[in-house]
Design a protein around this ligand. Structure first.
Ligand SMILES: C[S@@+](CC[C@H](N)C(=O)[O-])C[C@H]1O[C@@H](n2cnc3c(N)ncnc32)[C@H](O)[C@@H]1O
Length: 267
């Protein structure tokens, strides 16, 4: 799977993408990371990527033209169509079902914003899938992009060993009605630590009983900690808010661009 990342800070990615599962995915050529510095698509000596906002107010806004030129040039680097993803606090809250969906893509182009945000017109033209990593605001889209890459690559076949398969993790494990569950608690040696004993059932050697206990723990944990997960199953993208402003002033929901589609390199 090919990842292209458009960012003002490509150096932030290198260590993360060379470590743990993202690193393993790259080393085994299951994932390929291509980092692109937005400033490479500027045309002035200062390599300007932002300007003051029309209407006044604090902060700077990222310019349309470098981003538009960058996306078009990056997409032309490979014949596989890229699915465009913009990291933004105003996007669809990221859930495991969306991660699974994105993991089936051949190629993703992740766009990390900065400053006050990005000129709305280039977002409208690019029409990316907009993803948020939570209801809080970070300084830039770099950490959200790394979060998304990590969540995706650990689902790619061959990245996780059998011993740490993703299917029993929180949100991947599901109840009979398809609702996501939290993982069960885990224990390792010693059998007793600071007066706390490992549950007897885990030492019983009865694999069926252990599986039933784990399942019960999962359901009980989910009920206590995340009862919202046990409400109706939610289809992909159901919490995308219809916020995008169109050139004609209308407000239809922002869609996503159609074309679904070793190592870390920079352009
Ligand atoms: C300081 S934020 C801009 C916030 C924007 N003014 C707003 O209130 O919606 C700068 C950039 O960080 C990224 N970002 C911040 N919080 C994020 C989140 N929760 N999820 C995804 N990206 C986020 C986005 O790429 C955004 O363009």
């Amino acid at each position: 799977m090919r990842f292209d990342v458009l960012t003002l800070f490509p150096d932030m990615f290198r260590e993360v993408l060379a470590t743990s599962m993202p690193g393993r995915a790259a080393a085994s050529e299951i994932a390929e990371y291509n980092l692109h510095d937005l400033r490479d698509w500027t045309s002035d000596n200062h390599r300007t990527v932002d300007d003051r906002p029309f209407g006044g107010g604090p902060g700077m806004v990222m310019l349309c033209e470098p981003m538009w030129n960058a996306v078009n040039a990056i997409e032309a680097l490979d014949e596989r169509p890229a699915r465009r993803v913009l990291l933004t606090p105003q996007g669809e809250p990221l859930r495991q079902s969306r991660v699974e969906d994105l993991a089936s893509s051949e190629r993703l182009l992740l766009i990390a914003g900065h400053y006050e945000g990005i000129d709305e017109r280039v977002i409208e033209e690019l029409d990316p899938l907009e993803i948020s990593v939570g209801d809080y605001v970070l300084s830039g889209g770099e950490l959200p992009a790394m979060t998304l890459i990590d969540a995706i690559v650990r689902l790619l076949p061959g990245v996780l060993g059998h011993e740490d398969s993703a299917s029993e993790d929180s949100f991947s494990t599901r109840d009979e009605e398809g609702r996501p569950l939290l993982d069960c608690p885990h224990y390792t040696r010693p059998r007793e630590w600071r007066g706390r004993a490992v549950p007897d059932i885990l030492l019983s050697g009865d694999h069926g009983a252990v599986a039933r206990w784990r399942r019960e723990q999962s359901v009980e944990r989910t009920r206590r900690r995340r009862p919202d997960l046990l409400s109706e199953p939610r289809p992909l993208g159901d919490d995308v808010r219809p916020t995008s402003r169109q050139p004609d002033g209308g407000e239809p929901a922002r869609g996503e661009q159609s074309g679904d589609g070793p190592g870390v390199s920079s352009s």
